[in-house]
Ligand binder design. Structure first.
Ligand SMILES: Nc1nc2c(ncn2[C@@H]2O[C@H](COP(=O)(O)OP(=O)(O)OP(=O)(O)O)[C@@H](O)[C@H]2O)c(=O)[nH]1
Ligand SMILES: [Mg+2]
Length: 469
């Protein structure tokens, strides 16, 4: 662990979520050389309690006159380096909600030597002080943002140092090869000849591992970012009913009147660990109603923004020319499923005759990918499975490590640089050419782990974190 880097300024922020009426307690966190002084000056602790590190004290945050109690609190002093940031940290555990915690924070910020923390600044200090690896800090942020159990599990691998270990070990293998190469560049005659083929095999082996990591990570993105699934279709086919069924609540209004839904409506659900935003839309049809038309315009926008489109149609009416028109409006590269709804109106054995009926409608018959009933729930499981499969989410289940976007880009850059060494070998270029690419690969991996990273890049990474992290 490196020795703490002295930061002149002491920073403070609310470290817990802030919402009116929510949260029994909230935490105001301070970090920096003045943390203890500030803690002592705003919190008055009765009796014989001592400001000892890693002990909980009880007291009150007092206003500047020392007369009025702002809140009743518990205070925790953690002297550096045994703290999250590696600096002196004081946590003031006050009451939650909006007002108490805001007043406590204001009181803290009114002290000399304290300023409001920037987004991610606590984590950034923790990394600079060697308390956390960069990948761990990023993983903590992802853990906090996780919207499903699986996403949280995956983030925990990063928190435990899983990403750091994987990348560090690949980087070390490259460093070994680089030192072999460099020795040859400098002292070619004094050393036994280098087996270029063997070296190349090792480099390409690392490259394949990196490519695999990037591929896995793309599958992990689904767990991290979730999916936007749009329900589109003609009026009255049962889009809102399906949304309600999948959300397990009466989120959308359902009636037998076509054109019921007038606005885009979202519902957050988790399917097999994948966070999904279901988007119900207004049924698309030609209409004179200005309000309905606005809703229909929004349906088109939702369709364009979706990761997967469920084109819902009514099995009892078969596949109609209007359904075909809608299908034609879905961009070619957008994964879609044709969902035949109202299967309950149709005895199972009728499925074939249904298709025949659609054929006779002079419309190109489309077999539904899934048949279900939003009313009875039959076929729901098959729908869920099909949705996850369509967007590759079912493959994300077995993942252990998943790089975030920044890490993916750098791993891909490293893999490309290693691919160039293959070309250098094929063209029988001198060792110098190999070392250029090898160094580039090593440096990209070092940027993932934080070993080779500039302050400016660090600032950019942490600025995406929330305040208080
Ligand atoms: N029998 C049967 N009726 C259904 C099913 N799904 C929906 N319905 C009925 O179909 C009618 C329309 O359902 P909605 O869910 O409002 O349809 P929608 O596609 O959202 O319609 P708009 O919002 O107007 O575009 C209602 O009377 C529902 O009860 C189903 O699976 N079986
Ligand atoms: Mg509706």
């Amino acid at each position: 662990m490196s020795s703490p880097i002295p930061h002149q300024q002491t920073i403070a922020a609310v470290a817990t979520a802030v919402a009116p009426g929510q949260g029994g307690i909230a935490v105001v966190r301070l970090s920096g050389p003045a943390a203890e002084v500030v803690g002592r000056s705003v919190v008055s602790v009765p009796g014989q309690q001592l400001w000892v590190s890693h002990r909980v004290l009880y007291g009150h945050v007092m206003d500047e006159s020392g007369q009025e109690r702002i809140d009743e609190v518990l205070v925790l002093l953690m002297k550096g380096p045994r703290s999250f940031t590696g600096e002196d940290v004081v946590e003031i555990h006050c009451h939650g909600g909006l007002m108490a915690v805001q007043r406590v924070l204001e009181r803290v910020l009114a002290q000399p030597l304290v300023r409001r923390a920037l987004p991610g600044e606590f984590s950034q200090r923790a990394v600079l002080n060697g308390r956390l690896d960069l990948t761990q800090a990023e993983a903590i942020s992802e853990l906090v943002a996780a919207r499903s159990r699986r996403a949280a599990q995956l983030a925990m691998t990063g928190v435990d140092g899983g990403i750091q270990r994987r990348i560090t070990s690949l980087r070390e293998r490259l460093l070994d090869q680089l030192s072999e190469l460099e020795a040859r560049v400098d002292f070619e005659e004094d050393l036994p000849p280098l087996d270029g083929a063997e070296l190349l095999v090792e480099l390409q082996c690392v490259r394949r591992e990196l490519e695999q990591l990037v591929e896995d990570a793309k599958r992990g993105d689904v767990l991290r970012q979730g999916l936007q699934v749009a329900l589109v279709g003609r009026p009255n086919v049962g889009k809102s009913s399906l949304l309600n069924r999948l959300s397990r609540r009466e989120r959308a209004i359902v009636t037998d009147l076509p054109g019921t839904t007038r606005d885009v409506l979202e519902s957050e659900i988790v399917l097999e660990g994948v966070p999904i935003t279901l988007v119900d839309t207004a049924g698309i049809r030609a209409t004179q109603d200005a309000l309905e038309q606005l809703g229909i315009d929004r349906s088109h926008q939702a369709l364009a923004a979706a990761d997967v489109v469920l084109l819902v149609f009514d099995l009892s009416q078969g596949w109609t020319s209007n359904d075909a028109e809608l299908l034609a409006q879905i961009p070619d590269d957008l994964p879609r499923l044709l969902v035949g709804n109202k299967a309950d109106l149709q005895p199972a054995s009728m499925a074939a005759s249904l298709m025949a009926a659609s054929l006779s409608n002079e419309v190109d018959a489309k077999a539904p990918d899934v048949m279900l009933s939003a009313l009875t729930g039959q076929g729901e499981e098959a729908l869920i499975e099909a949705v996850l499969k369509t967007c590759g989410a079912s493959e994300a289940q077995g993942l252990v490590v998943a790089l975030n976007q920044r890490q993916q880009d750098l791993a891909a850059t490293a893999a490309i640089a290693l691919a160039r060494t293959q070309e250098a070998a094929e063209q029988k270029l001198p060792w110098d050419f190999w070392t250029i690419d090898l160094r580039q690969a090593i440096s990209s991996l070092g940027e993932i782990t934080g070993e080779e990273i500039t302050e400016a890049v660090l600032d950019r990474i942490f600025s995406r974190f929330c305040i208080g992290k």
